[in-house]
Design a protein around this ligand. Structure first.
Ligand code: HEC
Length: 107
C-alpha cells in the first residue's frame, strides 16, 4: 500500500518546466529516511556512484532491476570501484524497490 502511494507520488509530482531535470522530493525524502544519502547523491559521486550515472549505465536494461534491489538490500561491490556498499536491510525491500526503480528512471 505504501509502495503504491509512493509510486503514485513519484508519477504525480509536477516536474518543473524548463529547469534542469527535477528531482522528486518524495523520493529524496525516502532515500534520506533509508540512509542512502550518507553515501549517495543524485548528481555527484560520494562514496557510492551518482545515481544519474547508475541510471545511465543501466539505461535500456530493465532486467537488472531485481538484481540491483537484491544488491542494495544485501550489500555488494565490484562494479564501480573498490568500495563496497554495506547491506541496507533496515530500509526494507519494498522501499528499496521503489528507490531502485526511481534511480533507474532518472534522466
Ligand atoms: C555505506 C555507503 C552506502 C550506503 C548507505 C548506500 N550505498 Fe549504494 N553504493 C555504495 C557503493 C560504495 C556502491 C558501489 C558498489 C560497487 O562498486 O559495486 C553503491 C552502489 C549502488 C548502486 C549501483 C549498484 C550496481 O551494481 O551498479 C545502487 C542502485 C545503489 N547503490 C543504491 C543505494 C540505495 C537505494 C541505498 C539506500 C537504501 C544505498 N545505495 C545506500 C555505497 C552505499
Amino acid at each position: 500500500m505504501r509502495q503504491i502511494l509512493l509510486l503514485s507520488l513519484a508519477v504525480a509530482s509536477p516536474l518543473a518546466v524548463g529547469a534542469p531535470p527535477a528531482v522528486d522530493p518524495a523520493m529524496l525524502e525516502l532515500a534520506d529516511r533509508s540512509r542512502c544519502l550518507t553515501c549517495h547523491d543524485v548528481d555527484e559521486t560520494v562514496r557510492g556512484p551518482a545515481w544519474r550515472d547508475v541510471a545511465k549505465r543501466y539505461r535500456g536494461k530493465p532486467e537488472v532491476e531485481e538484481a540491483l534491489v537484491t544488491k542494495v538490500y544485501e550489500g555488494g561491490g565490484g562494479v564501480w570501484g573498490n568500495d563496497y556498499m554495506s547491506a541496507n536491510k533496515r530500509a526494507g525491500l519494498d522501499n528499496i524497490r521503489v528507490l531502485v526503480r526511481w534511480i533507474l528512471s532518472l534522466p
